[in-house]
Design a binder for this molecule. Structure first.
Ligand SMILES: [Zn+2]
Ligand SMILES: [Zn+2]
Length: 281
């Protein structure tokens, strides 16, 4: 079966495909620096019928003899997402074919799909690659003891994943993580939150993780952070810096909470930014 029904882009020798895991629901009340009624208006102006629906993308990168999964969706945790496995199968990809998993960070909507309901690892042949600080953060008992009741569950999920993949876990600080793929530290959302820049034959694409959760609000208003950001002001500064960079360079982007089209470019519009989905490979 071909991947033609899933949004795909070619970046030199790489092919990257957006695979939906489904949706999670997050109240607009979680946003800071914006009135919920204004946030709601921006969602409806952008044609978003379910104002609190946040889409979850995962990405499969093929090329250089590799089959790489970037993040794994929520796996049905908290009744979020859970469609990655079915959609991978529809794209003709077996879990055993995935040889590398790149993690942008270890929130449940990104690692939930890495283990099955019985706690077994879902991608037995994959090396799990994550930023050193991300792994250390979730394994630190001091951080766990300071966490809120809601966030404690996130620690247990992240720890279960890192424990399951302990024999196939590789951490990095910065730089190239695989041939043609470099990690880009994007701190603020989490300690080790990282983007991945694919480069091949003078073409590039950045997978930017959780730079935005509500793209139609936060790209126009980069100062708007969300309760999931560990350091809201650093997250906002990182978001502003990155929007400036990708709009200046015209860089193609992919993001875990973009819509189902999966790929976009950012255009500078007056003193702000706009989102243009890229629909043609
Ligand atoms: Zn996150
Ligand atoms: Zn997320």
């Amino acid at each position: 079966m071909s991947t033609s029904t899933f949004p795909s882009q070619r970046v030199g020798d790489f092919t990257i495909t957006a695979i939906s895991d489904g949706y999670l629901s997050a109240s607009l009340d979680f946003l800071s620096n914006i009135d919920p009624s204004e946030a709601s208006r921006m969602q409806s102006d952008a044609g978003q019928k379910e104002a609190s629906a946040v889409h979850i993308n995962c990405y499969v990168v093929r090329g250089a003899g590799r089959t790489i999964l970037i993040d794994s969706g929520a796996g049905g945790i908290k009744q979020w997402g859970g469609h990655l496995k079915t959609n991978l199968s529809l794209a003709g990809i077996e879990p055993s074919e995935i040889d590398t998993i790149l993690l942008t960070h270890a929130h449940p909507d990104h690692v939930g799909g890495l283990v099955d309901k019985a706690g077994q690892i879902a991608f037995p042949n994959a090396e799990l690659v994550a930023h050193q600080r991300e792994v250390e953060f979730w394994q630190d008992d001091g951080n766990l003891s300071r966490a809120s009741e809601r966030a404690r569950g996130n620690f247990l999920i992240a720890r279960q994943v890192f424990e399951g993949y302990r024999d196939q876990l590789r951490t990095f600080d910065a730089g190239e993580v695989l041939a043609g793929i470099s990690a880009m530290p994007l701190p603020g959302h989490t300690d080790g939150h990282s983007g991945y820049l694919l480069e091949s034959h003078d073409q590039g694409l950045l997978v930017w993780g959780d730079i935005v959760h509500f793209p139609h609000i936060q790209i126009k208003r980069p100062d708007v952070s969300i309760a999931f950001d560990q350091d809201p002001s650093l997250a906002a500064a990182t978001r502003s810096r990155l929007l400036d960079l990708v709009s200046s360079e015209g860089l193609l982007i992919a993001g875990m909470h973009l819509g189902e089209l999966g790929f976009a470019r950012i255009k500078r519009m007056g003193g702000s930014y706009g989102l243009l989905y890229e629909t043609v490979a």
